[in-house]
Design a binder for this molecule. Structure first.
Ligand code: KG4
Ligand code: ZN
Length: 333
């Protein structure tokens, strides 16, 4: 019954989790609010805050799990992809902990971990399934054949879906990260108030840069005509933007599921916290007879519990990594 300590520090959340035999006992997430003032994550500041938060996060994770640090059997950590300075803090901590306790290290790919978050708890998809992974940096349709046998069958050619959310919110004068605020305003808006274009990209790939530009021009032109346009219409703007982003994502997902003959379909990554996208997937599932899987909110955005569950399945396979491991800003599957 392995007890695993997991560390996540790829972007701006410092997170630590303890899992025993695949059951998550704790999941501590320290958010960094310092970036709000800058309208985006400042990598240098992120590393410094990780450095401050990592030991308290681990101590709290052990405390909540009622696990003594001497009872940890292995340390799992995010090796990449992510911000190098942020990753360095988590990787260095994991290495030092494993060295001090003389226990094995397990490297985890952050994007695979978002997918594997679906194996926390008992409601798990069956292989092969499709996972739409949508975050601030990635938009991928992943064909998941086994725990660590995943193929990206579609991805964004430019901006990620989360970036489209965040950039729209910036134009609207909302603070970073804007995705949750777009979600909040959209709940009181009319999703059909404004029509934004759907890009015509072949296959299962995505593009969000054209949409971003059309949103930008739309807001600029309307503000020129009416300086109060944003405040008078923020709910409708957010609802319309959210609907367009969700339909772009779901239309490709429907196409991919049809072509691969797959009926277990999952959502992962920070943007899977979005209400419109979650409801859209559920509706599509009901219409097409899919089983749909949407993570609990705390496992949508970056968290160490998903690193712990990925680490647990690597532990079972005996896949460990040496102390000479270094973080990777880009890390293929
Ligand atoms: O996976 P994540 O926490 O970090 C990355 O690895 O990027 O994803 C963060 C992204 C941000 O773009 C944020 O605006 C978006 O997820 N996000 C949302 C919501 N919650 C987070 N977007 C739309 N609606 C939400 N409720
Ligand atoms: Zn992420």
């Amino acid at each position: 019954m392995p007890v695993i300590l997991a560390i996540e520090s790829s972007c701006d959340e410092t997170s630590a989790s303890v899992c025993a035999d695949g059951n998550i006992l704790s999941n501590i997430i320290a958010n960094q609010t310092i970036h709000e003032a800058y309208g985006g994550v400042v990598p240098e500041l992120a590393s410094r805050v990780h450095q401050q938060n990592i030991v308290p996060a681990v101590q709290q994770a052990l405390l909540n799990a009622k696990v003594n640090k001497n009872d940890i059997d292995a340390v799992a950590f995010t090796r990449g992809p992510g911000l190098l300075g942020s990753l360095l803090v988590g990787v260095s901590f994991a290495k030092a902990f494993a060295l001090a306790k003389n226990i094995p290290l397990i490297e985890v790919n952050h994007m695979q971990a978002h997918v594997l978050a679906h194996f926390i708890g008992d409601h798990n998809p069956a292989f092969p399934f499709l996972c739409l992974t949508v975050s601030g940096g990635h938009t991928q349709i992943v064909l998941v054949k086994d725990y660590f046998d995943m193929e990206i069958i579609g991805q964004t050619l430019d901006d990620a879906a989360g970036e489209a959310m965040d950039k729209t919110s910036k134009v609207l004068g909302l603070p970073y990260p804007g995705g949750p605020l777009i979600d909040k305003y959209a709940r009181s808006g009319n999703p059909d108030a404004y029509k934004f274009p759907e890009p015509q990209i072949p296959g299962f790939d995505f593009s969000f840069s054209g949409l971003k530009t059309s949103i930008l021009y739309f807001i600029r032109d309307n503000v020129a005509a009416n300086p109060n346009f944003i405040e008078e219409n923020i709910n409708d703007i957010c609802a319309s933007v959210e609907k367009r982003i969700a339909t772009i994502l779901l239309n490709k997902l429907r196409k991919a599921a049809g072509q691969y003959g797959i009926t277990d379909v999952a959502l992962a990554g920070g943007v899977s916290a979005n209400t419109g996208l979650r409801q859209g997937l559920q509706q599509l599932g009901m219409d097409l007879g899919w089983r749909t899987f949407i993570p609990k909110m705390e496992y949508c955005t970056d968290n160490a519990a998903m690193i712990a569950i990925a680490g647990y399945h690597k532990f079972l396979k005996g896949e460990f990594i040496g102390q000479d491991v270094a973080p990777l800003a880009r890390m293929p599957f």
